[in-house]
Design a binder for this molecule. Structure first.
Ligand SMILES: *[C@@H]1O[C@H](CO)[C@@H](O)[C@H](O)[C@H]1NC(C)=O
Ligand SMILES: *[C@@H]1O[C@H](CO)[C@@H](O)[C@H](O)[C@H]1NC(C)=O
Ligand SMILES: *[C@@H]1O[C@H](CO)[C@@H](O)[C@H](O)[C@H]1NC(C)=O
Ligand SMILES: *[C@@H]1O[C@H](CO)[C@@H](O)[C@H](O)[C@H]1NC(C)=O
Length: 825
């Protein structure tokens, strides 16, 4: 195996012969030695090789003349001196070719550089420079730039130029008035020169340019600079007034500056930036219309500068004032929410102060705004108007015509500038005004008199009696809120009021029971007033209303304490016995009339007023076990149409065994005749412990004997006692056994009361027969006893009479014999 590197070597060598690297060679310019000058040995094949050298150069160069190749040595040669300024570099190609043009070797490129020699002299661009220098130019600011050219290779010392000033003529007033910057050739006034205000001129300067930089050696050239000194025309500018919205062709010249020195460029700055510029001749222009309202003043700065943008002198300032034109109409300030003015505000009350702003210059007529009221307009024939406007201040006040609450008014005011003069600009300002309500109306009832309202006495508390309606002419809901009160006619608090807070209705409500007896009619005075405080005069008569209420009497229907009555009586019940009492269930005082309707047997009777039912006679024909029904009719005495009825069922019982009438007569008692005002007390109990037991009232009646009933009268005295008196004026004196029937606890029994009737003496006492008395005294003692007794009796009688007289006075209308009856009820 052949190693890889060996293969590479085999192929590399022939190729390296073909593509040989480009060769470089340097030849000094203006070579002063012998020619031909060997430059470089070319790597030609051995000289035995066939073929001939072919040398070709870049176009236009007669390479064959200048260069050749020595076939023997293989050296490239130059045949004569080269000039870099003519051609600085040659591109050559060398080949070895056969006669028939086959390339045996090459091509080989060779670059020949010509090395510069300082063989060129610098040249000023002009032989004479003429410069204009303005007085006032700042020192150090170049006003002229000298130019010179050296054709030697750029970037080498051979072409590195320096400028120098050789002389200044005249050297007055000072020798070094100018400075020449050596590298750039910039000519400027020296600080010394600028001090000389009276610099006149002209001046002539001799200037030099030299190559080889700062080395002493080198080529040099000179030129003349003629400087003429010119008067300074760079003078301050007067402020310029420019009308806004000026209609002229633009750009429009507004000022002119001039820098009298040469080589000047003008530059303009505007503060704030504005439509201004300056042209090369120093004319300042405004390039379009100005608007004072956008910017009223500008400060322009114009500079005169050299080609490097350095100021020759301080900038000139031009103050541009934009003059106002009446190009802005007054503008109304945005009106806020509606202005609220309370009604009844006095004339002259300030409503609002209009303010229109005019953007034109303040203090001038252009912004002098006056006002004129457009609406509401003056009405025809009206004495005044509702609003007044001060044209100068714009103050709107209330006029003499009053406004109504709730009115919405749109004030339209014309704001005119130029103080309202012809041609002024205007705009319309609008202000909304709302007249607000005040509580100047008291609420009033729509009706002052209500009723009469008739109400039955028994109407229930809580019943609505009447509805009163009140109105309030105010608009504001809060001013319409009402309070109601009863002012008069209801000391008892029988009535009350009920109302919804935000309604104008109030209800008169019954709070307590009505009573016809207490008051058959009422006049209730209701007042209404605002909840909010009232402004202005107080409430009028409409604030009260009177409700008349008539109470209708209601008589409750007649009702008895029982629906039907029952009683059980023995058939032997004597006449005059009380069965029962019919009463009204109504505790109130009403007078009733009782009557029996169909007591066909006539057994019973009823007391017309008291309702007591008695047996009218002995119950002849009544059988035990029978029931007898009687209808009772009851009428109201005051209102006869009110009536009712009830039945009484009487059950007849067997007659109880009649107690033996042999009951021991009670101890005799005395009554004198003719009848006196006293009787005998009869007790129902006591005689028979068995019968007398138990509770309840005893009722007494006389036995059924008609004579007895004619002669005697029995009056209940209290629950257990009765009072037995003479019924007739005169009863035969003597001993009487009076039968008394007692009812108690459904028991009936009878006993005899022994009464001795005697003649009355003068004192209404019994005249007793002395002989009848036991242990009769002597006549004398009897007379003494009699006299003493009579005296004592007389004394007691006086007491009794006095008592009775008093008692009678009390019960004047009642018959004497009805008094004990009352006690029996
Ligand atoms: C009012 O009358 C009713 C029936 O008429 C009665 O029940 C009530 O007790 C009475 N009230 C007063 C306070 O008198
Ligand atoms: C009924 O009237 C009488 C007198 O007219 C009176 O004394 C009595 O108190 C009255 N009774 C009632 C319940 O009103
Ligand atoms: C009296 O009237 C009542 C009711 O109409 C009846 O029940 C009753 O029998 C009647 N009595 C006599 C004695 O007709
Ligand atoms: C009834 O009157 C008599 C005689 O005055 C007396 O003794 C008796 O206590 C009285 N009875 C009652 C219940 O008052």
């Amino acid at each position: 195996m052949v190693p890889a590197w060996l293969w590479l070597l085999c192929f590399y060598i022939p190729q390296a012969e073909v593509q040989a690297a480009e060769l470089h060679v340097e030849v000094p310019e203006n070579y002063g030695g012998n020619f031909p000058l060997y430059l470089i040995k070319l790597p030609l094949p051995s000289k035995d090789a066939e073929g001939q050298i072919v040398l070709s150069g870049d176009s236009g160069v007669a390479a064959e003349d200048l260069f050749s190749v020595d076939r023997e040595s293989g050296f490239l040669m130059v045949t004569r001196a080269l000039d870099r300024e003519e051609k600085a570099e040659y591109q050559l190609q060398v080949t070895l070719e056969t006669e028939d043009g086959r390339v045996l070797w090459g091509p080989q490129s060779v670059t020949v550089h010509v090395k510069d020699e300082n063989d060129q002299v610098p040249q000023f661009s002009q032989a004479i420079y003429r410069a204009h220098l303005s007085q006032g130019t700042k020192p150090g600011i170049p006003f002229l730039f000298l130019e010179a050219l050296d054709e030697d290779a750029p970037g080498t010392a051979n072409s590195d130029l320096r400028f120098h000033m050789l002389s200044q003529a005249p050297a007055q007033p000072a020798p070094h008035l100018f400075l020449l910057e050596p590298h750039l050739g910039a000519l400027a006034l020296s600080p010394q020169g600028s001090l000389e205000h009276a610099l006149k001129g002209p001046y002539q300067l001799l200037v030099q340019v030299k190559d080889m930089g700062d080395q002493v050696s080198g080529h040099q050239a000179t030129a003349t600079v003629e400087i003429s000194i010119l008067e300074n025309t760079w003078v301050p500018l007067e402020p310029t007034h420019l009308a806004e919205n000026l209609k002229v062709p633009y750009p429009h010249v507004i000022a002119q500056v001039h820098w009298s020195g040469g080589n000047v460029h003008y530059h303009l700055d505007s503060q704030p930036p504005g439509p201004f510029d300056v042209d090369s001749e120093g004319k300042l222009h405004v390039t379009r219309e100005l608007d004072r309202e956008t910017q009223a003043e500008y400060l322009l700065q114009v500079r005169a500068q050299n080609s490097r943008g350095e100021d020759y002198a301080e900038a000139l300032e031009l103050h541009v004032v934009v003059m106002d034109e009446n190009d802005n109409a007054p503008v109304c300030l945005p009106s806020g929410p509606s202005i609220k003015i309370p009604e009844l505000s006095p004339p002259g009350t300030e409503v609002t102060r209009l303010s229109a702003e005019d953007a034109d210059v303040s203090g001038s007529p252009n912004s002098h705004v006056v006002y004129r009221l457009l609406t509401p307009d003056l009405e025809e024939g009206a004495e005044g108007r509702s609003f007044e406007l001060d044209p100068t201040s714009g103050t709107v006040t209330l006029g003499t015509i009053p406004l109504q609450a709730g009115q919405n008014i749109l004030l339209q005011v014309l704001a005119i500038d130029l103080a309202g003069a012809e041609g002024g600009l205007s705009s319309t300002c609008e202000v909304a005004v709302v007249i607000t309500d005040i509580n100047d109306h008291a609420p009033e009832f729509t009706t002052a008199q209500i009723g009469p309202v008739s109400l039955p006495e028994d109407v229930e508390p809580g019943t609505m009696v009447a509805t009163l309606m009140a109105t309030d002419a105010d608009l504001e809901p809060a001013f319409r809120l009402m309070d109601f009160a009863i002012e008069a006619g209801d000391t008892e608090g029988i009535f009350g009021l009920d109302w919804e807070p935000d309604s104008g209705h109030v209800q008169l409500i019954l709070r307590k029971n009505l009573s016809y007896e207490a008051a058959p009619h009422h006049k209730v005075v209701v007042v209404v007033q605002n909840v909010e405080e009232l402004v202005g005069p107080g409430p009028g008569p409409g604030a009260t209303a009177t409700v008349t209420v008539l109470v209708e009497r209601v008589t409750p229907p007649l009702k008895l304490d029982q629906e039907s009555y029952e009683a059980s009586i023995p058939v032997s019940t004597p006449a005059g016995s009380l069965l029962l009492t019919i009463q009204s269930s109504d505790p109130t005082n009403r007078t009733l009339r009782f009557s029996l309707v169909n007591d066909s047997e006539g057994w019973f009777c009823i007391k017309e007023v008291s309702g007591e039912v008695h047996t009218a006679q002995t119950l002849q024909g009544a059988q035990p076990g029978d029931t007898y029904t009687v209808l009772v009719e009851v009428q109201d005495a005051d209102e006869p149409h009110l009536s009712t009825s009830a039945t009484i069922m009487v059950h007849f019982l067997k007659a109880p065994p009649v107690p033996a009438l042999t009951l021991a007569p009670l101890s005799s008692q005395h009554l004198c005749t003719p009848r006196q005002d006293y009787g005998v007390v009869v007790s129902g109990r006591g005689e028979d412990p068995y019968l007398a037991s138990g509770h309840g009232p005893y009722s007494f009646s006389l036995g059924p004997n008609p004579t007895v009933q004619r002669d005697w009268q029995l009056q209940p005295f209290n629950d257990s006692h009765a009072y037995l008196t003479l019924a007739l004026h005169w009863v035969e004196p003597g001993e009487h056994m009076v039968p008394v029937v007692v009812h108690h606890n459904a028991q009936t029994w009878q006993f005899l009361v022994r009464v001795i009737v005697c003649r009355c003496n003068v004192e209404g006492e019994c005249l007793r027969k002395v002989g009848h008395l036991k242990g009769m005294p002597t006549k004398l003692s009897a007379v003494g006893v009699l006299v003493g007794t009579l005296a004592a009796i007389g004394f007691f009688l006086i007491l009794i009479f006095a008592h009775l007289t008093l008692a009678r006075k009390k019960d004047l209308d009642q018959p004497a014999d009805s008094m004990p009856l009352k006690a029996a009820v």
